[in-house]
Write a protein of this length. Sequence first.
Length: 354
Amino acid sequence: MKYTVSISGLPKNIDSLSIDQVGNSKRRMNNSIKFTVLIFLSTSVILISTGAVVLLGIPMLAGKGQLCVTTQCVNTASRILRAMDKTVDPCKDFYQYACGGWIRSNPVPDWTATWDRLAELRELLIEQMRQLLEVGDGSLNKTSESSGVRKARIMYRTCMDADKVGQSLDPLGKILKAMGLHEHPSLFNNTDFDWLFTIAKARRLLGVSLLYGFNVAEDVRNSSTNKIVIEQTAPGFGERYLLNPQKFSAEIKHYKLYILAMLKEYGTKFNDSFADNVISFSTEIAKVLLVFVMKAKLVFLFQIYISHISCCYSVNKYEGHSVHLYTLNKTLRSICIRLFNENEVHHTQSSGYT
């Protein structure tokens, strides 16, 4: 670039060196502008080239198999597309747009009032489990499957064999004996009955919680730890029925008939007084159950130890421990776990039906 510097009108004390300095300064400024423009253009070209490579490379990556094209991915994508209703404007009815296809192809079955994707998956899982349990002869000699699967098949076939189940109730009698009970409940008259032993055995052998139950669950205050959770159980019949016999007299009557029918099916001698005693005992239990509204207000239920929930009975009989501690230790005996009065537990709401 050529330019002319006019010296007319300048002060006389400005020499030629000063004029040269001004000219050099302008040249440096012009060079700086050129360099900045060049950098900007180069950066733009690089960004445009990178974007073009990315956009043009996606189909190439798909062709090379780097996108998920497995059977599972294809089926999932197809299922999502089938669930949609593209005939609907998503701005007007997005739910119909996203789920209209699924609703149209999945009517609510006659045997249920509601139907959704989770219910569909649940039924599919049940069907798959049924097929797994019904395949094979359940022989324990096979080594191609786990022992748990084979045992599950044996249990499933045993439960499904209604003819053999009705032939004999001897297995039930053996279980009652193992729990310290009489084979015929209505004839049981043992003044030295150890009810704590029976509670522990019922939990250990059958997984059934009597009067109160316990399990190991995640701490509600700290999910990184587990706590022993003690809970009160249902008295065999809904508390609201037992505590209001006038209003629910018909329901209690049918419950009594159910008890008598079970005794008759078991083949034992019975009378109405036995069923009345069962209902009376269940009612007394229902009266002492802690209702949910009360428990919701008690902070100490989350700051409780075994020594707080029971006093000691018969030091010699229960080894100096509380009733709850004795029962817990009896239940956990065979898995090398022993509890002491300082072990922390949680008390939860009733798991029974109300």
